[in-house]
Design a protein around this ligand. Structure first.
Ligand code: AMP
Length: 542
């Protein structure tokens, strides 16, 4: 049969994938997994991960995916919050787990994948409904705890068809699978491929973030469809002529990137949407020399722009009446349609603030709307077509290399560290790439930056750990008393003190290497035994 998945030298046909997932589903059903249950999924990239994801789907239960790099403590918090009682692991992640999170049964992938005894008829799910949860994604929460978003089978099945009606991925495509399964952009890659019978090529972790090796590999593998965040595409060291569809999304897309990648044989799309509205809600086809917009709502989705509601106007989760804005005026972008989630797991107040009754609903599908927190405006083109423009955030949420981050969550964890008083984290360009910089006023004995880095790494995913920790005598403030973030985004960083305790370079090559690392990690002692990622806090784009 047709190849469904390829990873390294391994490949699975659609038939093999189907049978492998049936075995997984059988064993999970035997273990008591039912529609409506949540199953943690924590595996390193590869075929096993996707077989298990499909296996969970076949039981009718929901998968709750974790990135391989996420700290165990955060996994435990999310499993508990979602009341997931099963966690699937592989040899590598299983080894990182000292003991099972409380109340959780840990099942090893190899055990689920093993052949069934001869003559076993795989058990099938019973009673699965479109209203059952298909997956739960945790995203950064401004109060210091991640928040869970549950998306139903109905919403995701609808989304795949809706978006692909515009993208046009087909059975002849070879689709790159690069996103972590913990982010819903991976479902555009994986499940749209399954929908049309295309072939997926899964990149190993180190390749997925390597801007030199990745484009070369995409050429060698003859990949025709790439879904990516603009930050990654912008770093590609060369063109990939075989790409016929480039779908950008997850963060603002610079126009220069479109000018560079546009080609007559290729279509470039910009898809926009928050996890809360099921992956994407709108799409624009982009052309060289034309301003970037987020275009129009995907089929059955709806977009509205309302007057921004000040946080002070919300009392006990109750909002003032919503006001629809005329075309051309800037306000908060809201989304309606079958993709809008029920709300945040176990957070009725936050849910009431963000998911609200739609006073302009024309049918049941539009009954609720999600307030995105994004600022937007409808621009009417010369040919009369309305195009939505996304203009940034109305709050402190930022995107770090495509990852959604609430600065408040980092600040909350930082403020719990001994010796840290008032703290503010900002995102600002350093050395040509956006980096998180933490500023704090010491309370008592000022903590050492490595200690802060270690403490935060134990609680937060790697992309949320600040690159620098800067101590200040006092926070800059506006006349109102509020902290002036604008000043912090421009404040020169303290010249990093000569780091103590580093190794001494001994050869000309080491001298070059140490000098390069000191530029990337100012103030940090550089030692040969250190890991670039785990110890120094580097990431693949550095
Ligand atoms: P996530 O839930 O991780 O998909 O993040 C959703 C947020 O990312 C949105 O609310 C926007 O702030 C931002 N975002 C996603 N796609 C785009 C895009 N195409 N253009 C601009 N911002 C985007």
């Amino acid at each position: 049969g047709k190849t469904a998945l390829r990873f390294g030298t391994a490949a699975l046909s659609y038939g093999e994938l189907d049978q492998a997932a049936d075995r997984v589903a059988h064993r999970l059903i035997e273990a008591g997994v039912r529609p409506g249950d949540m199953v943690g999924l924590w595996l390193t990239r590869g075929i096993e991960l996707l077989v298990l994801q499909l296996g969970i789907a076949k039981t009718g239960a929901a998968w709750l995916p974790f990135d391989a790099e996420v700290p165990v403590e955060r996994i435990a918090v999310c499993l508990d919050d979602a009341a997931a009682r099963v966690l699937l692991v592989d040899a590598e992640t299983g080894a990182a787990l000292a003991e099972p999170p409380p109340g959780t049964r840990v099942i090893d992938a190899a055990q689920l994948m093993a052949p069934l005894p001869a003559g076993t008829v795989p058990r099938r799910r019973e009673g699965a409904l479109p209203s059952h949860t298909a997956y739960v994604i945790y995203t950064s929460g401004s109060t210091g705890k991640p928040k869970g978003i549950a998306i139903t089978q109905g919403s995701i099945c609808h989304f795949l068809r809706s978006e692909n009606a515009r993208l046009g991925v087909d059975e002849n495509d070879r689709v790159y699978q690069g996103f972590s399964a913990a982010f819903d952009m991976s479902f555009e890659e994986i499940w749209i491929s399954y929908l049309v019978g295309a072939s997926l090529w899964i990149a190993p972790r180190l390749l997925a973030g390597d801007p030199e090796a990745l484009p070369r590999a995409l050429i060698e593998q003859d990949i025709s469809v790439l879904h990516a965040v603009p930050t990654l595409l912008a770093l590609f060291a060369q063109d990939v002529p075989n790409l016929r569809i480039i779908n950008l999304g997850g963060e603002m897309c610079p126009q220069a990137l479109v000018d560079k990648w546009a080609a007559p044989t290729r279509r470039i799309f910009n898809t926009y949407g928050p996890t809360e509205a099921t992956v994407s809600a709108s799409l624009a086809e982009l052309h060289a020399g034309e301003p970037v917009t987020i275009g129009e709502a995907l089929p059955n989705y709806g977009l509205l722009v309302i007057e921004v509601i000040e946080p002070e106007a919300i009392v006990d989760g109750r909002l003032p009446p919503l006001k629809l804005l005329p075309l051309g005026e800037t306000g908060e972008l809201c989304i309606t349609g079958p993709g809008v989630a029920a709300g945040y797991l176990g957070r009725p107040e936050l849910t009431a603030e963000k998911f609200v009754a739609n006073p302009w609903a024309r049918n049941e599908r539009e009954a609720r709307l999600y307030r995105t927190g994004d600022l937007a405006r409808v621009e009417v083109r010369a040919d009369g077509t309305p195009q939505m423009q996304c203009l940034g955030r109305a709050d402190d949420q930022v995107k770090v290399r495509g990852f959604r981050v609430e600065l408040g969550e980092i600040e909350a964890v930082l403020a719990q560290q001994p010796g840290v008083g008032t703290t503010v984290v900002v995102l600002r360009p350093e050395g040509g790439i956006d980096q998180l910089i933490a500023f704090y006023v010491p309370a008592g004995e000022p903590p050492a930056a490595p200690a802060l880095r270690t403490a935060l790494s134990g609680r937060l995913p790697p992309y949320m750990v600040p690159a620098r920790f800067e101590s200040l005598d006092a926070m800059p403030r506006l006349p109102s008393g509020k902290i002036d973030r604008k000043v912090l985004r421009a404040l020169p960083l303290a010249a990093a003190a000569q780091a103590e305790g580093g190794d001494v370079p001994e050869t000309p090559a080491e001298e070059l290497l140490f000098a390069a690392l000191e530029r990337l990690f100012p103030g940090q002692p550089i030692r040969r035994a250190q890991d670039f990622f785990a110890d120094l806090g580097g990431h693949s784009l550095l």
